[in-house]
Design a protein around this ligand. Sequence first.
Ligand code: NAD
Ligand code: MG
Length: 391
Amino acid sequence: MKRITVLGATGSIGLRTLELVSSFPDEFTVAALAARGSTVERLADLCRKYAPEVVAVLDPTVVDRLARLLGPGGPELLGGPDGLVTAAREVSADVVVSALVGGAGLLPTMAAIQAGRAVALANKETLVMAGELMTRAARERGVPLLPVDSEHSAVFQCLAGHNRGDVHRILLTASGGPFRELPKDALTRVTVQDALQHPTWKMGAKITIDSATLMNKGLEIIEARWLFDVAPEQVQVVVHPQSIVHSMVEYIDGSVIAQLGVADMGVPILYALTYPERRPAPAARLDLPAVGALTFFEPDVAKFPCLRLAREALERGGTAPVVLNAANEIAVAAFLEGRIGFTMIPEVIERVLGEDPGRPLVSLEHCVALDADARARAQRWIEARSGGPSR
Ligand code: NAD
Ligand code: MG
């Protein structure tokens, strides 16, 4: 039995992970669950179904409501950001699935690594913020960081059995998002509803907006740089609207190895949970004749400036990716709340990133402080531009 802790249990990745636990009852059991706590009833249902030992919720007021819903004999309940860290660090688990969204995942994910637990990493923002610190901590403790992001799971599989020194470059595929064919001028008029219509993947709101701006691919370039220890210029992006080829590795002899499959996060999640073994996945199988054609394009960096901004932040290194991520999180939240337009997302990021002097990132505490500062600056700039504080 593998004991699984799921950080972000009520989200898209968290729920898919728990479905896999249900599909393999003889292999997986749930150790702890963590979430924001905005959906108390759903969390209570998950507790009844999976019987975790510990449940951590960001919102401490949810603890009492959850305790009442579950009655005596339920899991130990923890509240607040420290509770999430405690759940990741103290509860014994074979794999911690890191599937919180955004910077909120940083400290719990680091706590899991520091406690020597294998991490199945979906929460790419944490690696963007603190890639060097996280990968160093993982190396020092011999902790595997197993990619859940479909592109990185693909790369991980394409690298298996090869010499790392023989890698020429990594080709991350991108669906191109819902606005791939929209003229650049029309981007100023897209609505939140338009941006939430992803062509191939059903995901949480934040990553869906990131996919529409192509910031998701920018974050994934940084994620790949750290997960696979390659130079920034060795990570390149190719647009592939069908989302069948999940990514590729090109070797020095010109061979390109690709991983293909249906667009179902169950596949990379299950591989991270069972690695290095495989299990028969309870998922649809790839039917290539039904797919017909696979097409590939260059990304349009002029139309999607987030891709350029992410690359710039990676090349500057140090504090820059922390600032990039923080400004993006604030801008995406403001867009989802209807406070700014779609094309203002990269404007906010460019502005806040431009103020960053670009210093080395020295510690986790430094990262947390810088993240808070960049968020506040992004928030102020948005308020100044949109005429007033958030509702
Ligand atoms: P989601 O919004 O569906 O779920 C997020 C989860 O995190 C929820 O359980 C929520 O309660 C919790 N959460 C959110 N904010 C929190 C906070 N401040 N403190 C504590 N908990 C908080 O998101 P998702 O789509 O499942 O994505 C999760 C992560 O996985 C993201 O980093 C995303 O980029 C990555 N990812 C997702 C997919 C996908 O298909 N959904 C694919 C690849 C990578
Ligand atoms: Mg991805």
